[in-house]
Ligand binder design. Structure first.
Ligand SMILES: Nc1ncnc2c1ncn2[C@@H]1O[C@H](COP(=O)(O)OP(=O)(O)O)[C@@H](O)[C@H]1O
Length: 322
């Protein structure tokens, strides 16, 4: 990196911290260990490094605290603890919402909490709508970030009486015959994405994104889009894919400004460069990272490419623009 011109700006990325003040445990399938307390130490390692690297902002890709906090009435305390850790850094942190946000809090509470980071996006950047947590901003001239709400259409985080909840239940039941809708349909393939802990993007959000990207195309900007759920089947296990990933793909593919899509949710991580040259990065989750390792990244943004410097489980990557 030293032999290049200085980057235009630098930002940090991290996903699935899932902090809880509880003993280590296992994932649902009992195939991966989860280090609930140590995730805070790994976050601390990240914020310290980002301070040294003078990152301009951080994208926190969702599931900041674990759903287990809810059962022990520790949600507020856990959130206070992780936000306190982020606050030690001068960088603005932009928070994406994942399923665990909704296990702990309702939408109204989240909107009034430090996890609503839209105000940090600067003047003129508001939420797309009162009940859709999506916003966009320019971190530096020529560059744009878009944060999406992948639980806009979902059963979690939407009131049972709401149209979006009813539509989600109907959609899930059409694709998933299990009594427990968290259990994926038995046969293999992309149908496995139809589980209750996933969600999708409503029409209003897709139209809004299309408008944001049209403007970005005109201004010849480089856009990084992010959501908790991955939207490319080759960048994730299908059980973690957004329900209407295909509709999202159509929007992304029709805009030349899009250079990268970043997501969390699949703790094993993933990467795929699609046929348009857009980089789909699914970040390895902090919660399933051994205490002697790390799971955060620093992205150096240049005029012709981004360079991801990974730490621990996250690999270095050169992300050429399409
Ligand atoms: N394969 C599965 N079959 C049935 N339920 C599952 C399965 N995987 C996860 N779940 C359940 O779905 C919910 C979400 O899973 P969770 O482990 O919280 O996901 P995350 O990876 O986001 O932490 C939990 O209630 C969990 O018990």
């Amino acid at each position: 990196m030293e032999d290049r011109v200085p980057p235009v700006f630098v930002f940090g990325i991290i996903a699935d911290i899932q902090y809880a003040d509880i003993e280590d445990g296992l994932n649902y399938l009992r195939t991966r260990k989860r280090f609930y307390r140590n995730s805070l130490q790994l976050l601390r390692n990240a914020t310290r490094r980002w301070e040294e690297q003078r990152v301009r902002c951080v994208l926190q890709l969702g599931d900041i605290i674990d759903g287990f906090n809810k059962s022990s009435s520790a949600s507020e305390q856990a959130l206070h603890t992780v936000i306190g850790e982020f606050d030690k850094s001068l960088a603005d942190v932009h928070h994406v919402w994942g399923n665990h946000e909704f296990y702990n809090f309702c939408r109204e509470t989240l909107l009034a909490s430090p996890l609503n980071s839209a105000a940090k996006a600067g003047s003129g950047s508001d939420l797309l709508a009162n009940d859709i947590y999506a916003y966009e901003f320019s971190p530096a001239p020529g560059f744009r970030f878009v944060l999406l709400d992948a639980y806009d259409i979902s059963m979690i985080g939407r009131d049972e009486s709401s149209e979006k909840h009813k539509r989600s239940l109907k959609l899930l039941q059409e694709h998933n015959r299990n009594a427990d809708l968290n259990q994926p349909p038995v046969f293999d393939g992309l149908e496995q994405r139809f589980v209750k802990f996933n969600g999708g993007f409503g029409q209003e959000q897709l139209l809004w994104l299309d408008e944001v990207l049209t403007l970005a195309d005109q201004k010849q900007e480089r856009v990084t889009v992010c959501s908790h759920l991955p939207v490319h089947p080759y960048a994730t296990d299908p059980i973690c894919l957004a329900w209407n990933y295909d509709a999202m793909q159509s929007v992304l593919r029709s805009h030349k400004s899009v250079v990268c899509f970043m997501a969390g949710h699949d703790h094993d991580g993933g990467y795929y460069m699609d046929e348009s040259g857009v980089h789909h990065i699914t970040l390895e989750g902090v919660i399933e990272t051994r205490p002697d390792s790390n799971a955060f990244g620093t992205v150096y943004v240049y005029e012709d490419q981004m360079v991801l410097k990974g730490n621990g489980r996250i690999s270095d990557m050169v992300l050429k623009y399409p």
